[in-house]
Design a protein around this ligand. Structure first.
Ligand SMILES: *Cc1c(COP(=O)(O)O)cnc(C)c1O
Length: 425
């Protein structure tokens, strides 16, 4: 499609957008009395209007039913988390039995590593990407030390080539083959948080299995953003937070995927609690743990219902719209943003370098942009103009126009504001 950098053209794209009406289902912060242009749905998604209703429902049931709410609330609490499985499974490409919601992301990755990082003999290394999200680095390092290994020996980082912005699949696969039978686990962020690069999860998972390792994915930047086929790719485990693209609210619960081939494994190491116990017998308070034969066996505590309510509200919208429609709009709006940036760049003399892959199959909603010669003042100026982006040192802004609520006109408007900011400096 031939794009144009004009308000009329952007409005035309909005008119053609089949899911544009969902913008009204979200609450936008205001700056100077106007809705902001929100580019940080990859950090904290906007609040769906329905979230409050779902929370109020719980508050009402708690007031009116108190403990009886566990069984008699409209959405009973004892099995509240089960309402997520089927719908979330569609978002991540899994069977409903393979998906559950619990705890928070880093906590879940730790718990999953209890099951899937089992160093033994010469097989003890973890392969991850260099400069992984800091929480993942701390987590992996502490796991390795917990098992008595030295992180500088046990953690193998996949590196980018000098002068390149993204990882090459061939390099990832080569590293996996090289570490071979010393590798216990491959654990990578499915979408890189800094550049927005999407990894070839299918090929990497297969390569990890070929050398006898487990393969897990941190899907913080992937869930609700890109097409996932966790079951088909035969991934062992994965986890994601829900407050980024999935709009569930600050610090909210994490989703987990555990491949069904492990559900029936009696001897799988796992930290257990009563919410993972056979649900029909949970309240019989028996001494012996009898696991559910689904991902729910990894549940430990009773679920934080108040926190999960907005996640459920949001998930129901994902279910209504479906990932294919979101991805279709995503591809178009990101391409339009890219076009607008290139157009503006002609006027500001090559300030921008987009470090996110150009290929739509290798990226999701995010474009990371190097602003050569620009400092943090530009970011501050954008904030004051009601453009919410995020700044990463040294001078990268990450722009993630979430397809659920961002408009094409937002992209045009952003381009104009950005151009002014650079030219008037
Ligand atoms: C956002 C993010 C996290 C955050 O972890 P929490 O436990 O939810 O605080 C972890 N890993 C990655 C890759 C992220 O992008």
């Amino acid at each position: 499609m031939q794009f144009e950098n004009s308000r009329e053209f952007a409005r035309k794209l909005d008119k053609e957008d089949k899911i544009s009406k969902y913008r009204d289902e979200f609450i936008f912060p205001k700056v100077n009395g106007k809705d902001v242009i929100y580019f940080v749905g990859n950090s904290l998604g906007l609040q769906p209007r329905s979230a409050k209703k779902y929370v109020d429902e719980i508050m009402k049931d708690w007031a009116e039913l108190a403990v009886e709410g566990h069984f008699y609330a409209d959405k009973s609490w004892w099995d509240y988390h089960e309402r997520f499985s089927e719908k979330l499974a569609k978002v991540v490409g899994a069977n409903a039995s393979e998906v559950t919601v619990m705890n928070t992301l880093t906590v879940n990755l730790h718990l999953l590593m209890v099951s899937f990082y089992r160093p033994e003999g010469k097989r003890y290394k973890i392969i991850c990407e260099e400069k992984a999200f800091p929480s993942d680095q701390y987590m992996i390092s502490s796991q390795v030390r917990f098992h008595g290994y030295d992180p500088s020996d046990a953690i193998v980082e996949i590196k980018k080539r000098n002068g390149e912005n993204n990882f090459r699949t061939e390099d990832v696969l080569a590293k996996i083959e090289e570490v071979g039978e010393e590798c216990a686990l491959v654990l990578i962020g499915g979408v890189n948080y800094y550049t927005g690069q999407v990894f070839d999860m299918e090929a990497i998972t297969e390569a990890g299995h070929d050398i006898g390792a487990f393969v897990g994915w941190d899907l913080a930047h992937a869930a609700g953003n890109i097409e996932l086929k966790l079951s088909e790719w035969n991934v062992d485990f994965a986890a994601w937070c829900s407050y980024k693209y999935m709009n569930s609210g600050p610090g909210n619960a994490s989703g987990c995927f555990i491949n069904k081939k492990y559900h029936n494994k009696k001897d799988i190491p796992r930290f257990e609690g009563w919410w993972g116990h056979n649900k029909e017998r949970r309240f019989l308070m028996e001494p012996e743990f009898q696991p559910e034969v689904t991902a729910d066996a990894w549940q430990i505590s009773n679920a934080p219902i108040l926190a999960m309510a907005p996640y459920l509200a949001s998930l129901e919208m994902f279910d209504e719209v479906g990932m294919p429609a979101l991805i279709e709009k995503r591809n178009k709006i990101v391409a339009y943003l890219e076009f607008v940036l290139h157009e503006i760049d002609k006027d500001v003399e090559s300030t921008f370098e987009i470090i996110t892959p150009v290929d739509q199959d290798k990226r999701g909603t995010q474009l990371s942009v190097f602003l050569h010669g620009e400092g943090k003042e530009l970011f501050n100026y954008l904030m004051k103009q009601g453009v919410i982006t995020d700044w990463r040192e040294p001078n990268v802004i990450r722009l993630a126009p979430a397809p659920f609520y961002c408009s094409f006109e937002d992209m045009y408007e952003f381009g104009q504001i950005l151009k002014k900011g650079i030219l008037n400096k």
